[in-house]
Design a protein around this ligand. Sequence first.
Ligand code: GAR
Length: 204
Amino acid sequence: MFKTVVCVSGGGTNLQAILDAIDSGRITNTEIMAVISNNAKAYALERARNHNIPALCMSPKRYPDREAFNAAFTEKMKELNPDLIVLAGFLVAIPPAMVDAFEGRIINIHPALIPSFCGVGYYGLHVHEKALEYGVKVTGATVHFVDKGMDTGRIISQKAVYVQEGDTPEVLQRRVMEEAEWVLLPRAIDDIANGRIQLPEKKA
Ligand code: GAR
């Protein structure tokens, strides 16, 4: 079984899509060994507990500074030692030491077609606000490997979604989730867990 940790910050609909895909057999050979949130109130943690998955909170606010948080977060991940780390709406920058320790084994879902509407400040609903402000007619989602930059790692998959007349950021966000995110992320995990997307040798 491919041991996977999912990191979340909010509602956790992408986590739910992963859990549903495991339950229905669209993702195989995968065990979610833990869900980690930076936010103790994230509903995603509830979704994990409902599935009897260990749900942990690691909040930067509980540490004296970012360096201390980064060290503790990286240490925790090394302890868990997953085969794959999935960022499913995780809004905290991954510590460089964690990127090194799990090189090529961290993936992220971004709610736009990278390289559009990505990078610092582009997260959650803001991404869709910016897309509507710009007036693009097509947006979408991207699954990519995580490197030390912000949304700069190698792209695994993308799916386009049409913007429709009268869309609000919330309506567009929901369509991008339904048509792209909840499809792409479970598929990428299944592809990785079953060797159709090859990962580098594990370091630990
Ligand atoms: C999702 O739309 C995800 O793509 C986005 O946050 C949302 C989390 O929703 N992630 C980013 O913006 C990362 N830059 P969820 O908690 O319901 O899965």
